[in-house]
Design a binder for this molecule. Sequence first.
Ligand SMILES: C[S@@+](CC[C@H](N)C(=O)[O-])C[C@H]1O[C@@H](n2cnc3c(N)ncnc32)[C@H](O)[C@@H]1O
Length: 261
Amino acid sequence: MPQNYPATSLSDNFLLTGGIYHSQNQAYNDWFEKQYSRNEEPWNYSHRGGEIFRHKFTIQQLREFCPHPCALLELGCGSGLMTAKLASFTSKLYAADVSLSAVKACKQKCDPVARKHNCEIEYYVTTTPGLPFNDGSFDTVTLCDGLLGWWFTEEQKQAALKDTYRALQKGGYIILTDYTTADHFADYIKLVNQSAFKIVKITYLHDRPWYLLESLAKKLPFKSLLKPIVASPHLAKLLHYSGRIIGPTSSRHIIIVARKE
Ligand SMILES: C[S@@+](CC[C@H](N)C(=O)[O-])C[C@H]1O[C@@H](n2cnc3c(N)ncnc32)[C@H](O)[C@@H]1O
């Protein structure tokens, strides 16, 4: 795996402001920016055990193949909850999102973590397709929650995978996760199989019981007393292992690790 690989080929449209690279011309979906400009954490992930456990579980799957990435691109970094975890075992991290407010929050959260772990982080407002990076720039890419929500048509999703494939080096890995229902898992696998990536592992996060628990907790009286239960990643882990007995129907997340051959 290359050290100090030259990752960027930024055009004149890209500006560096406040430590964040962002494009002047690309028209991004502003729905996400609107969410982050109202609330730094639109999905409240850091208070939801199921999401905290999802990040841990995803990283565990990734590290089976990429224990210590040298150049990791995180697409859809949001306000940096998973970025902070990735920084602890990666030497150079590229955190990217379509929302400038999200990337600002990510930078604020992750710069101190990066210093602590001796990881260098660059921040980008960008997306795939349209990545401002040279071919083969990364040994690892994460694209988590994810393709299904970002792009509507099959053509857009394939174009996103194609551009990400281009930016990954030969022998590099991508991890893709998405929130959907069990009857759509086969379509998701087909989507990745139709790209140039070669799938090396498919896993399911058995988190449906946790989401049911969360919605039940919202309906019950004394909601605030139930907050620590909903926030517990340990309970989410326990529910995941119990759900595993049932199989993919107990899942709301599919996790795919794929390789550029
Ligand atoms: C549901 S959040 C997931 C955040 C994080 N990846 C995770 O797994 O917890 C989706 C994130 O993707 C970002 N996003 C949406 N469309 C995108 C795109 N086309 N390219 C890159 N990021 C995008 C959103 O701004 C948001 O931060």
